[in-house]
Every structure is written in structure tokens, then in C-alpha cells.
Design a protein around this ligand. Sequence first.
Ligand SMILES: [Zn+2]
Length: 412
Amino acid sequence: MSIKDLRVDGARLRRSLETMAAIGATPGGGVQRLALSDEDKQARDLFVRWLKEIDCEVSIDEMGNIFGRRPGKNRELPAVMSGSHLDSQPKGGRFDGVLGVMGALEVMRTLHDHKIETERDLVIVDWTNEEGSRFAPAMVSSGVWVGKLERDWAYSRTDINGLKQGDELARIGYKGETPARAFPIHANYELHIEQGPMLEAEGRTIGAPKGVLCLHWYDIRLTGTANQVGPTPMAGRNDCLLAAAEMIQTVNKVAHLKGDMVATVGEIHNYPNSRNIIPDGVHFTVDIRSWEDDHAIGAWEVMRREFEAIADRHGTPIEMEITWRVVRAPFAEELVQNVLDTAAELGHSSLYMVSGAGHDCSYINQIAPAAMIFIPSKGGRSHVEVEESSWEDCEKGANVLLHCMLTSAQQL
Ligand SMILES: [Zn+2]
């Protein structure tokens, strides 16, 4: 059989995904496998076992990132890497992240079955805490790995119960010894569900994003004056929640000014959160994304000024924090083209697009050539229990990944 005819085992890929989906399965058909939870440990243990079964060299770094390396003929050459994340959102789906890890594993298993030797080493990776929902921010471990975030700062991040990320890594036995520092990468591919509606709407199978939108996070805190709601007249109140409501409207209005931008308030905390007390504290978040970093920064400047004016009008002092900014990641053109060409060779339709969601690939892209392979999300839904992609599309995506990795791995 010529290497061109090589295909992954779709049924085995489905079994791996179903086995992983059972770890942290929720009644609603989704998965809850928060970073560094007992479920995350269980998924990691299984993944490591599977890597060893196909003779991968396994290493775990200080951030708990798990690498499985399959030696090539020229070990001194930079490797070809692929992977994603095994952690999930609270009540998340069965495909987000895990598809990219199981897809890469299926590629390795296929090469192992057929005893195919590559020129370069192949590496598969599970990045710790991609989701950022238990410990903010997201993509923290790939961020540390490429040198954009500090390891000790990442260790100090706490969850809602005050537990530290570093301590939880140690607790589940995944605080490794290997420094969390990038090694030379020739090409990095990440297979992922689209998490949006574009592929389905266009009737295409494979998405080849030209890059990931920039991603900016802000935290806003307002202070007001609490009082009994009955005896306090409407005039002269310092109502934080009312001020926040106007600010949320502003976020939506400003996002509409540029076509390529999205801005969202997704989290709000109201204090003391009682029906008969005027709120005296509100904390909310703003998430702004755009293909143009300047548009996102410009939008924030407009919001910031309007927020100040609104806070002033309501007599509710405001504090604004820039929590996280990741610049847009235009992927390596040569690799994106490889995804498009490979899809065509395998007879799959494709779409050149952008990724609205952040991925570990955005950080890897800052130090090495990188690209992503998307498959359709049913109804464009993700980060929810009903998140769904067809097994056929998972298999097609894995075959595109297989041949993209092979092409890059045979380059000298
Ligand atoms: Zn993901």
C-alpha cells in the first residue's frame, strides 16, 4: 500500500472518544472534566497508558503538559507536533479539545500499526488547563511553554475555593520535572471542532482557519451605596447594577461599529444580591475579539470612556482592569495551504475562514509554524452538553491531520 492510501481507523477513533467521554460524563450527555480535577487525572492516566502502548516516549513538564514522542529517522531535526486539551468546561461537550488529542493519538496508532517511519520525530501533546474556567486565564500552560506567561504566576492562580493551580497539579501527580519550555518545532497542527456555525451553513467538511482572532479580557468593578429599597427615593441613588446594565448595553453597541468584531459580557456578580437592597457592588467581565487588534483596542477605548461617564452619572466609582490580551494569530500560510490541499486530495470540501475561539495553537503559533483543522459543529453549538459532531467528520478530520503531519514529517 502506498502511503497516500493510508487511513486512520474511524471506529477506533470513535471508541477512544467514547471512552474519554465516559470520564466525567454528565446526565445531559456532556462532560465535566475541569482542569486538574480527579476526572482530569483519570483522563490523563488513560492517555499516558495509551501512549506507552504504542511505544511513545512520555514526558510530563512542570505545567503538567503531557508529551508523547514517536522517534523519527533524524532525531536532531525539529519535530512535527499535534495535540489539544483533555480538560473541559463545566457541563461542556464531548468533542472540544479531546478530539484534537484523540485524533493525534489515532494518527500515531495508524503509523504504529503500519510500522511507518517518518524522517522527523512526531509529538502528541495534552495541554494543561486550556479552558481557563477553573483557573483563569485560558491556554495558560501553552502560554508558559512558549514563554509568554510566567510559570510561578500560573501556579499561583486560584479556583473558586481558593485552591492553587500549582498545588492541584501536585495533588493529581502531574507536576512534572521537565522544564515547561518550548523545544524546536517544524510544524504544529491542531484538530478541533469549529465551535461555530460556518462549516454547517456553507455545507463544507474541513475548515482551514487563516488564524485566530485577538482576544482581550477586562474586569470591571463598581462601588455604590447600599440602602433599603422602599424608603430610598429614585433620585440620588448610587445603584451599581443599574450602571452596569447601561455598560452592558454599551458593550453590545460598540461591538456593532466594526463588522469583524464580537464583544460579550458573560459573567456578572451583584452584591449583596438581595431583592430589597440597592446593589452596592458589581463585578462584570468584558471579552472583545477581532481579526484586527487595533479594532479591539479602539473599541475598548470607546467603552472605557463611556463606562467612566456612566459611572460618573450614577455616582458609582469604577475600577477597570486589563486582565489578559492575546494578539491575533495569523497561522503559517504554508501549513494552512497544506490543510486545504490535503482536504482536496482526500475528496473533502473545505472552507478558508477565521477562528473566533482561542486555542493553544495561538500560542504555539508565536514560536513555530502552526495551523488548525476544523470539522463542523452541529448547530454551531459548543461549551454545552449538546455539543455534537458526526463520527464521520471526526474520521475525515483525523485523516486530514494524518496526511498533513506526514507531509511535514517527511520534509528535510
Ligand atoms: Zn478547545
